[in-house]
Design a protein around this ligand. Structure first.
Ligand code: NDP
Length: 464
């Protein structure tokens, strides 16, 4: 195709594409809503590539890419603190391994179901492709809720979960990592059980604590990576860097916390964080040490933040703006949604733009609704989509796999430098791809096209 010229679908082709996507779904399965939301975004945005090169249609790449290779669904029976048997459901969606072993996190949260994991697994294929590393796409988890559970209960659940999961994973087959509700503690218990069952001490999980094979920098990687990506995006788009700029962040988990940490390191001022119950707005900057203590040591609600800082504002969910999230209504230069999917709506997008926000970068997976993304793009602000911007975590996971395979340990500085290079490379690649396919400045299309192309070309080369 001629460079710089977008091939857009005409109305007839768009209708055909939508009909095709509709034909894939069972209308009674509400669980799949979020999966189809992600799929539709990708399929419509890869049109400039798909329509310009007949080999993708000839090899039925779309039809093959949107169906997972396999889905495992299993029962997890475990003992609670009162020796009572509890039952949950576990899943592993192995989506695509054209580029390498299946790779993607495990999520433990009551909202987990097959549809959510299909959405996350599908996104993971393209995200992993964007890193340039040899990793395929997968996702897994359970509807188990670690909140309020004792350490013993979390261990009991993780052991039971692994008694099933171990049948499907391996260092060259499928290498899970953490996600919401699965941090170093859970990965430790999962790894311990895997080792007991198989007697193999191998890199079957990433995100392990450092003292038994984890990579330095893995906990920091996603949050740091989001900020590295943003700095590069601002540079490419000729905008001022983050230094001395007010930033808003949602979430208070692994991704949010490390995004906040990196923002401070760059001299920016992150003024918000949130959890599922409410948002903290601290105009002097979020107290990072307190945040770590509340969320990672005490594991309590952010409401506690005000006890130490009564001058900071705590906004409970019940007081959020109608149809929106409190964090996005506070004026900022750059916004970082880092909690969960669909947490930034069109109402929020309008408030951000109105208040002078210049850039939005997604730390969480699909935190912005399609309407919000559309509004950002229409308004011309820089928008870094999750599958490119939050790929730092999986990239360092892949570096952990390399270190495990070589029985080597890399220094914090080495991993951090690799991460920065990878994130800048992803950002540049996405920006250049967007320009090449006639959608300059559109990082959503750029990321979808660049990721899709790498996976699709491998699928074609590997045959059926
Ligand atoms: P954590 O479990 O560490 O933290 C999740 C945060 O989001 C918590 O503050 C939690 O609040 C909040 N949250 C969760 N569900 C909801 C909800 N339904 N409504 C409002 N707030 C909610 O997860 P991570 O930080 O690891 O992950 C955050 C996001 O980043 C997810 O979308 C994840 O898929 C994505 N991601 C994570 C990566 C990683 O390396 N960890 C890699 C790439 C993407 P509370 O404390 O009240 O539960």
């Amino acid at each position: 195709m001629s460079k710089g010229k977008a091939i857009r679908m005409d109305e007839k082709e768009l209708e055909k594409a939508r009909e095709y996507i509709k034909s894939l779904r069972n209308p009674n399965c509400k669980e799949d809503d979020v999966f189809f939301q992600a799929m539709e975004e990708v399929l419509l945005s890869i049109a400039p590539l798909y329509l310009s090169d007949p080999k993708y249609q000839a090899n039925a790449i779309v039809q093959r890419l949107v169906v997972p290779d396999r889905i495992f669904k299993f029962k997890v029976e475990w003992l609670d603190r009162n020796n009572k048997i509890q039952v949950n459901t576990g899943y592993r969606v192995q989506f695509n391994n054209a580029l390498g072993p299946y790779k993607g996190g495990l999520r433990f949260h009551p909202t987990v179901n097959e549809g959510v994991l299909k959405f996350l697994g599908f996104e993971q294929i393209l995200k992993n492709a964007l890193t340039g590393l040899p990793i395929g796409g997968a996702k897994g988890g359970s509807d188990f809720d670690p909140k309020g559970k004792t350490d013993f209960e979390v261990m009991s659940f993780c052991s039971a979960f692994m008694r099933e999961l171990h049948k499907y994973i391996g260092p060259r087959i499928d290498v899970p990592a953490g996600d919401i509700g699965v941090g170093a503690r859970e990965i430790g218990y999962l790894f311990g059980e895997y080792k007991k069952i198989t007697s193999a001490y191998e890199g079957v999980l990433t995100g392990k604590p450092f003292f038994f094979g984890g990579s330095l920098m893995r906990p920091e990687a996603t949050g740091y990576g989001v900020v590295y990506f943003t700095e590069k995006m601002l540079e490419i788009e000729n905008k001022e860097p983050l230094k001395e700029k007010v930033c808003t962040v949602s979430g208070s988990g692994n991704v949010a916390l490390h995004a906040i940490e990196k923002l401070y390191q760059l001299g920016a001022l992150p003024v918000t964080c949130s959890d599922s119950k409410g948002t903290v707005y601290d105009p002097r900057g979020v107290d990072l040490e307190l945040l770590k203590e509340l969320k990672f040591v005490k594991r309590v609600s952010l409401q506690e933040y005000s006890k130490k800082h009564p001058e900071a504002k705590y906004i409970p969910v019940s007081d959020y703006p109608k149809g929106g999230h409190a964090a996005w209504h506070i004026p900022c230069y750059a916004a970082f949604p880092c909690a969960t999917q669909n947490e930034l709506t069109e109402t929020d997008a309008k408030a951000l733009v109105k208040n002078g926000c210049v850039s939005v970068t997604e730390g969480a997976n699909m935190p912005s609704t399609p309407e919000a993304i559309h509004y950002f793009q229409k308004s011309g602000i820089c928008f870094g989509p999750a599958k490119a911007a939050n790929a730092g975590g999986v990239a360092v996971s892949a570096l952990e796999m390399s270190q495990n395979a070589q029985m080597m340990r890399w220094s914090f500085e080495k991993v951090d430098a690799e991460l920065k290079t990878i994130m800048e490379h992803i950002c540049t690649n996405v920006a250049q791809t967007a320009e090449e396919y006639g959608v300059k400045g559109n990082y959503v299309d750029g990321a979808n096209i660049a990721g899709f192309k790498r996976v699709a070309d491998a699928m074609i080369a590997e045959g059926i």
